[in-house]
Every structure is written in C-alpha cells, then in structure tokens.
Design a protein around this ligand. Structure first.
Ligand code: AMP
Length: 219
C-alpha cells in the first residue's frame, strides 16, 4: 500500500520503546524504506568497513557514534532513489545537531519532514524489554524471551538464523543508553514540538494497538 499522506517520518523514542518493530511494519504499510541508523551501523561493523571500525567502540559502550559520521551516512542514504517518495527514519536524529543536519539535508533536496512520532514508555518497562530482547544478526528482526517468542526457541521466524543477545542489551549498557537518551534527546523533542511536527504515542500497549495509534496520528 502506498500513501499520498505523511511519508517523510521520524520515529523518536528511547531504546526499547518499540521503534524498530513499529517502523518495520509501518514502513511496509506506507510503501517507504525503513532507514534504521542502528541497523546500518551494525551492518557496517559486521562488514568491517572503515565506518564500522570507527563506530564499533562507541556502540559497544552504549554511547552515540559521533554526529558527523552519522549525519553523512544518513544524508547519503536519503538521496538514494527508494527515498524519493518518503522514508521512515528510526534511531535518527538522536541529538539536536543531528536534527538540524537532517533539516538541512532535506532542504537541499527541496523537501521536509511530515511528522515525528515520539514513543513514551516507562523506564522499568524499557529495562525489561531491552534485557530480554533477542535479535536476528542476519535480517535484524527482534524478539523477546517472554513477550515476543519466535516459533522455535532461539531461531528467527523470518530467515532461520540463530538469535543472539546484542552486546549493548546487557543491563549495565542499557542503563547507560537510557541516560544518554534522556540527556541528548530532550532538546530534540522540544525542537520538533516547536515546529508542530511532534505526535506522542504511548509505546507500552500491545504491538497492534501501538501500530493503530501511530497510523491514526499520521492521518
Ligand atoms: P539502536 O539500534 O538504534 O539502538 O542503535 C544502536 C547503537 O548504534 C546506539 O547505541 C549508538 O551507538 C549507535 N547509533 C544508532 N543511531 C545513532 C545515531 N543517530 N547517532 C549516534 N549513534 C547512533
């Protein structure tokens, strides 16, 4: 399904808010690419590219990769042909500097964001989700040991690969990532509120219900 409505989107929210899960299915519904900076960076690390070698140490410590690296990576991605009619950015921007760089990149392309969806989830629930998360290293699908089990334990439903716990989903790193999010993203939320782009959606409901609310917010 393609949509003539809001298709240039940012999904904002702390790690574990369900951005990735929602972004994958909503991008599919809207017929736009799901652009996840976390996925692009993990692929670069896996391929051992220069970007991956640079990003690796920040990612493992739960810290943000430097703005210039990520800004360049996203600006390049958005000029690819599949982004012409829209895109869903997941995990970017994460700082005010990145938000401004995105605006500039879109200005150059003579376009602008249509909406920013912000997912709200309690800290306790975020920790439960992240430390119980299992990810597919091949296709990027996410599962949870209690609430989103694959059909066969430890195996990805989509591609059959063996699921792993991400190195940055350990309790200590998760606490650090949540702190980083609070510190870096607060200004960004105000920035988008000021531009009248921000739409808040509760992220602690059932996956289908959250999806319904996101689509409603985009109408
Ligand atoms: P995520 O999968 O979105 O949780 O991202 C995993 C890790 O990739 C983060 O903890 C950061 O180290 C890095 N990362 C992803 N997106 C960004 C971004 N927009 N800016 C800086 N670092 C990022």
């Amino acid at each position: 399904m393609s949509s003539p409505g809001k298709t240039r989107l940012v999904f904002l929210g702390p790690p574990g808010a369900g951005k990735g899960t929602q972004a994958a299915s909503i991008a599919d519904k809207l017929g736009v690419p799901h652009v996840s900076t976390g996925d692009i960076l993990r692929a670069a690390v896996k391929a051992d590219s220069p970007l991956g070698r640079e990003a690796h140490r920040y990612m493992n410590a739960g810290q943000l990769v430097p703005d210039e690296l990520v800004n360049r990576m996203v600006a390049e991605r958005l000029t690819q042909a599949d982004c012409t009619n829209g895109f869903l950015l997941d995990g970017f921007p994460r700082t005010l500097v990145q938000g401004r760089a995105l605006e500039e990149a879109l200005n150059k392309m003579k376009t602008a964001l249509d909406a920013v969806i912000s997912f709200d989830v309690s800290r306790q629930e975020l920790i439960r989700r992240l430390t119980g998360r299992r990810a597919c290293p091949e296709c990027g699908a996410n599962y949870h040991v209690e609430s989103l089990k694959p059909k066969i334990e430890g195996i990805c439903d989509r591609c059959g690969a063996k699921l792993v716990q991400r190195a940055d989903d350990s309790l200590e790193t998760v606490e650090n990532r949540l702190e980083v999010y609070q510190r870096e993203t607060a200004d960004l939320i105000d920035y988008y509120r000021g531009q009248n782009l921000l739409k808040k959606v509760p992220g602690d409901l059932a996956i289908e219900e959250v999806q319904r609310r996101v689509l409603e917010a985009l109408e």
